[in-house]
Design a protein around this ligand. Sequence first.
Ligand code: FES
Length: 78
Amino acid sequence: MIPDAPIVEIAELAGVDIPTNCTSGNCGTCLVRLISGEVNLPEELPPGLDEELVAAGGTLTCCIRPVGSCEIDLIPPL
Ligand code: FES
């Protein structure tokens, strides 16, 4: 079962460290690329994310939770 937690915390449980800074969706430091699976995007995107990044698979791991299993690439879609 997937813990009800932001992606960064679930990755940490799996032994994967994702760099963070603000931990509130503002700086973009924790940006990764979603390869498969779904995330629970807020209706209003946080400042560190925009529609273009979302279209490229970008997601902020400090504040966005997965809907189920997902696969991420730690290299962000920049
Ligand atoms: S750590 Fe700043 S947006 Fe995630």
